[in-house]
Write a protein that binds this ligand. Structure first.
Ligand code: CP
Ligand code: NVA
Length: 306
């Protein structure tokens, strides 16, 4: 049983194939073609946290592909109304694929361990692999060759940064990440990255200006993620010099694009001027969530005709 829980488990060739399917489906959609590759298939979304992009991209993606989807919020009672094992076993008898957004990554792993259908991680405290697919797909639309490209990430070394790093490592993209002390990758994560991709070119610095030099894309995310609201004030202080603003963008190449997974807290991690500016690709990036989700579903369910 193949799941999609984090990108460490996905080969570079598989990511390339997902991107190829994504491109085909995006091009077809632009021409008004919606092939029913998942006709009769059902997707369930088990979400413990709010979502706009992830939820709607999977819902719309399934509709475009001729399938259907069902959103299950907290009231479904996963692990409360009944055990995780019973919940997963029953749900996966009835649907073809599950997307799970959980507070704790171990919950998604537990769901997958008890499921008889593929499980996709729709964001946890540790990873956001669906986001990273759309991020690198967006970068690929901007550069000639991913394996000669450079990404800069400014801010918290969080779930989004973690999956971005694994995706960059797998696809040969150099990554420079600027984070304040205390908000960097853990040693355990660095070691996993090193073991998975020994040649990965990763620069970790405390200096945002150093990170953005030579970047093809400059990326940021919120300073306090969902579930970290109580740390908001403390984090705002720690990240005060890490705003992605026009002054910082002056240190990046003129043709660098600006990325943000969204939702953004404008005026905190990113200025209005930059997120609304000519280099911003955040709407294209969010739109690519739809196309990448469709590529992922078709890949995971082996639904693309040869
Ligand atoms: N970027 C992202 O995952 O957005 P949502 O939280 O709205 O799904
Ligand atoms: N790091 C953010 C990403 C939201 C898509 C969070 O976890 O809240």
């Amino acid at each position: 049983m193949r799941h999609f829980l984090n990108l460490f488990d996905v080969a570079s060739a598989d990511i390339e194939q997902i991107f190829a399917f994504t491109k085909t489906l995006k091009t077809e959609l632009a021409a008004g073609i919606r092939r029913p590759l998942l006709a009769g298939r059902m997707l369930a979304m088990v979400f413990e946290k709010p979502s706009l992009r992830t939820r709607v991209s999977f819902t719309t993606g399934m509709t475009h592909l001729g399938g259907a989807s069902e959103y299950l919020g907290q009231e479904a009672g996963w692990g409360k109304r009944e055990s995780v094992a019973d919940f997963s076993g029953v749900l996966s008898e009835m649907v073809d694929v599950i997307v799970c957004r959980a507070k704790d990554h171990r919950r998604v792993e537990e769901l997958a361990a008890n499921a008889s259908c593929p499980v996709i991680n729709g964001l946890t405290d540790l990873y956001h692999p669906c986001q990273a697919l759309a991020d690198l797909y967006t970068l690929q639309e901007h550069v000639a060759n991913l394996n000669q490209a450079s990404m800069a990430y400014i801010g918290d070394a969080n779930n989004v940064a973690g999956s971005l790093a694994v995706a960059c490592a797998k696809m040969g993209v150099r990554l420079s990440i600027a984070s304040p002390e205390g908000y960097t990758f853990s040693d355990e994560f660095r070691e996993k990255l090193r073991q998975a991709s020994p040649d990965f070119q990763l620069l970790e610095t405390a200096d945002p200006q150093e990170a953005v030099q030579n970047a093809d894309a400059v990326y940021t995310d919120v300073w306090a993620s969902m579930g970290q609201e109580a740390e908001q004030a403390e984090r705002a202080q720690a990240f005060a010099n890490y705003q992605l603003n026009a002054e910082l963008m002056r240190h990046a190449p003129d043709n660098a694009i600006v990325l943000h997974c969204l939702p953004a807290r404008r005026g905190e991690e990113i200025s209005d001027e930059v997120i609304d500016g000519p280099q911003s690709a955040v709407i294209q990036q969010a739109g690519n969530r739809l196309h990448a989700q469709k590529g992922l579903l078709v890949w995971l369910l082996n639904a693309m005709p040869a």
